[in-house]
Design a protein around this ligand. Sequence first.
Ligand code: AMP
Ligand code: ZN
Length: 142
Amino acid sequence: VARDPDCVFCKIIAGEIPAAGVAESDLAIAFMDIGPIAEGHTLVIPRDHYETVMDMPPEVVADVYGLAARVARAIKASMGCEGLNVLQNNGACAGQVVGHVHVHVIPRDSGDGIAWPWPSTEAEPDRLASLAERIKSGMNEA
Ligand code: AMP
Ligand code: ZN
């Protein structure tokens, strides 16, 4: 899993493609997103190639999200944004374009015009209970 020769983010890690670096940790690096949703949009990725959050061992998840939280604090302090979105897409159906797991850290301000479609519905408690049971059964394999 260490490296995928066709992966653009592995090439950034190897220094073969330029990127504007922001920070590093033992297992992760942070750099500016080339197609920012907002000024300051930064990506945090593991140094090793994993496709999704499900593929990373817990210590890598901890390191990647630890760096993402540090970067979020740094963006807030230096850019003066009101808040941030920290989010991450898994699978093409969920909007993942680059197949090397990455955490988006996006500065937000009220009235910035950014909106995610978030079509909330209302669930029956019985339905939630049965879905919780179903997911619990999946925890055995997770
Ligand atoms: P996702 O849709 O979650 O896979 O997001 C992929 C992100 O990677 C997008 O926001 C792109 O703008 C960004 N991206 C793609 N190629 C590069 C690159 N060479 N350097 C920096 N960011 C990139
Ligand atoms: Zn990669």
